[in-house]
Structure formats: C-alpha cells, structure tokens
Design a protein around this ligand. Structure first.
Ligand SMILES: Cc1ncc(COP(=O)(O)O)c(C=O)c1O
Ligand SMILES: [Zn+2]
Length: 395
C-alpha cells in the first residue's frame, strides 16, 4: 500500500498551520475552514501507478489524509461511471454532454466519499464517537462508515428528512434524533451534544477531511477524461463541499504536473427556495446571509447557510463560472429526463442540473460546442416519498 504524503493542516483563511495528528475542527485562530496539505512533490509520482490500482477513491492514496492504511474504512466508494449522455445531449442541445453518476456510490450518494475519508481519519485519531447534523444522505453515509469501522454515530436530522435516510441510519445502528427545525437547528443541537458527551462533530467543512473525500471527484474527472478537464462543471450546491473539494483537487493536480492551468467554469446550482450562495454571488458578496424559510424537495440543497461560503463563491468567481437557481418542478422534470433518456434514476439534486443546463443553453451562458459535465450526486431511490407524487403529477 502506498503511503499518504499528508504533512499538516492549514487554515484556508489566515494561513495558520496545525498538526493533522491532533483532532482538529475549524481553525482555532479564526474559526474558518482548515485544509489538509501534502508533500505534492513526493506525491506526484503516483500518476504513473494509477492504472494498476483498485477502482475506488483510495487509489489517490498519496493525497489522502489517512496515515496508517489499517485505519481506512472503505466500501468501494468512488471511480463512478463517466457517461457519455448522447440521448439527453440531443434532447437539450448540448453535444458532448457528460454525466458522472454518483448514485452508484455505497449508500446511494457521493456523501460516501466525504464520510469514508472523515470517519477513517477520525478512527486514526481515536475519535470513536461521532455526531452530525444532516439533511439526509450525509447522515446515512456517516452511519454506514461508522458501522463498518466500529465507531458510534449520532445523527441529528430535520424531522422532514427523507424517510430512506431515517431508516438507513437506524439500520446502520446510529442514534437518531429528529429535530423540529432546519439543518442549522440540527447543527446547534448536535454541537451541544458534542460538548456535553464528548462526541466529535463531523459537520461538513467544520472538520478538514470530508472535503478530502469529495475532492476525489476532481481527480477522477481528470483521470477519466485523459487528464483534460471539461469546459463546464455543473454542481448541485448545498454546503458546497464538492466545489471546494474539486477546486482544491485541480490546484493539487496542477502543482503535481498532472494537469495544466486550464480550469472548468464551475456552476453552482441551488434551489429557488434555498439559494444563499447564489444570492451572495449575485450581490457581489463573499459571505452569504442566512436564507429565510428554506424550502425545496431536494433535501441536500436545503442548507440555508454554510461555513464554506467564501470558498465556494471564490472558486465560482475565479473559474469565471456562475450560480443559478431552479424550481422544484424543474428538478422533477430533470429527474424524469435523466431517467427516461439515460437510464439514471437520479435524486432531485441531480435533476436540478438538467434544468440549470437548459437555462444556461437558452441564455447563452453555455454554448453548444462546450463540453459540459453534470455531477449527478445521488440516487432517486432515496427520495421515493417526494418523487412518487411529484413524478405522477408530471405525467
Ligand atoms: C444528493 C445530494 N446532492 C448534493 C448535495 C449538496 O452537497 P454539498 O453540501 O457538497 O453542496 C447533497 C447534500 O446533502 C446531496 O445529498
Ligand atoms: Zn485561520
């Protein structure tokens, strides 16, 4: 097994450095997001060996944070299919359209990547009792990886979270608390439980390692496309960890000489009923305000505020990308499009991308000759309670 070349943690805001062998959450100096840093000169040689490695995200082991391979908890997450979406491409008018189907990840969403990394690193640090507020899929993923690694998991979920997520948490043996409120209310209660009971809170971007799991999407996109990135990546944005992770991956790969300086335009898609980052982006700001009365059927996008706002918005701006919103109805139509043209029964978050692409092709934000990748982040099977009536209503 190759080794990890992690060297330390560094604050994404003030630049202060910390030891990754200590349990860390946000930066003690400024409370912003910490990033894992690696000896990229040493890690660069890994590219030549990738062909011989297992098809999961731990193939990028040199730039992953777990030091002792015995601590890696894997269920085979990552290396998801890159699909040439010919029929959908013709339907929407975007030849060369690509889909990355994250719904085939263990637990049915790309949250498996972040939680495989974070739960493994927690185990390495001896943090055996975890807690998390989650709108749904992340909780299921934490509970699954905690189960596989023998850790305790505690989940605080808004009571209207999809029933599949509630059931899977119970099946995986998590202690599930349903909260009468939104994800930020669940976050507060989870934080209180962490303080009282000595639990480690693995809320996204409030510990450094979920982003490391998510960044592997960026590595895979490059590897699967022969180290040439698409022109545009469209991403359904809740807390935005995927954009943060992929943007970090691109910069690491450039430092290692794996790719050049070209970057895709990063497009963040949010729900019309919950769009704090898009609003901040449109207002020319770097930090988002709490979005009032957040509502959408896409539970993963029902995130009214996020600690990583500045990282997401900076990446979108630097990439010359944009942000836009779609309605729930457009998401459901997108789910039907992905299903009926491509055989991918996607979560509403994935459906949102099709609606967003149609809009961007219409208003010229994206042109027909550009290579667009939609990151279809999860499976529709976890959303039967909302999709069953919504798809029937479309017919
Ligand atoms: C299927 C799905 N897509 C997208 C998201 C949003 O992810 P992020 O928080 O990285 O923006 C989530 C979050 O729960 C999700 O479950
Ligand atoms: Zn700092």
């Amino acid at each position: 097994m190759p080794e990890s070349f992690i060297t330390h943690l560094q604050c994404s805001n003030c630049g202060e450095t910390y030891d990754d062998r200590d349990p860390m959450r946000t930066c003690p100096a400024c409370e912003k997001v910490l990033f894992a840093r690696y000896d990229l000169e040493k890690a660069a040689g890994a590219k030549a060996e990738l062909n011989d490695r297992d098809p999961n995200m731990w193939r990028y082991r040199e730039v992953m944070p777990v030091r002792d391979p015995a601590n890696i908890i894997t269920l085979g997450e990552g290396m998801t299919p890159m699909i040439d979406a010919e029929r959908l491409a013709t339907e929407v008018g975007s030849p060369g359209l690509l889909l990355k189907d994250e719904g085939v990840c263990p637990t049915g969403s790309f949250k498996a990547r972040g939680l495989s990394a974070a739960v493994s690193k927690a185990k390495e640090l001896g943090l055996m009792k975890l807690t998390m507020p989650s709108a749904g899929n992340a909780a299921g993923a934490m509970a699954a990886y905690a189960a596989a690694g023998g850790l305790e998991s505690n989940v605080f979920m808004p009571k209207d979270a999809p029933s599949a997520n509630q059931v899977e948490c119970l099946a995986y043996g998590a202690n599930l608390t349903l909260v009468d409120g939104f994800i930020n209310d669940a976050g507060r209660i989870s934080g209180e439980a962490a303080a009282e009971r000595g639990l480690f809170d693995v809320s996204t971007l409030k510990e450094p390692y979920r982003a490391e799991g998510k960044k592997t999407m960026g590595y895979e996109i490059a590897e699967q496309l022969g180290w040439k990135l698409p022109d545009v990546i469209v991403y359904p944005t809740g807390g935005g960890t995927g954009i943060v992770g992929m943007w970090k991956a691109f910069s690491e790969m450039e430092c290692m000489g794996w790719i050049g300086p070209e970057r895709p335009r990063m497009v963040m898609v949010q729900a019309e009923g919950c769009a704090p980052f898009v609003k901040a982006f449109e207002d020319g700001k770097r930090h988002a305000d709490l979005f009032p009365n957040p509502h959408t059927i896409a539970a993963g996008m029902r995130v009214p505020i996020g600690i990583g706002d500045y990282l997401v918005i900076d990446a979108v701006r630097e990439s010359n990308g944009t942000g836009l919103t779609v309605t729930d109805d457009e998401m459901v139509r997108g789910v039907r499009d992905l299903s009926s043209y491509e055989g991918i029964f996607a979560a509403p978050e994935g459906g949102a991308l099709v609606g967003a692409l149609r809009k961007m092709l219409n208003d010229g934000t994206v042109s027909r000759d550009e290579r667009v990748l939609l990151l279809v982040t999860g499976s529709g099977l976890k959303y039967l309670d909302v999709l069953t009536p919504a798809l029937a209503a479309l017919a």
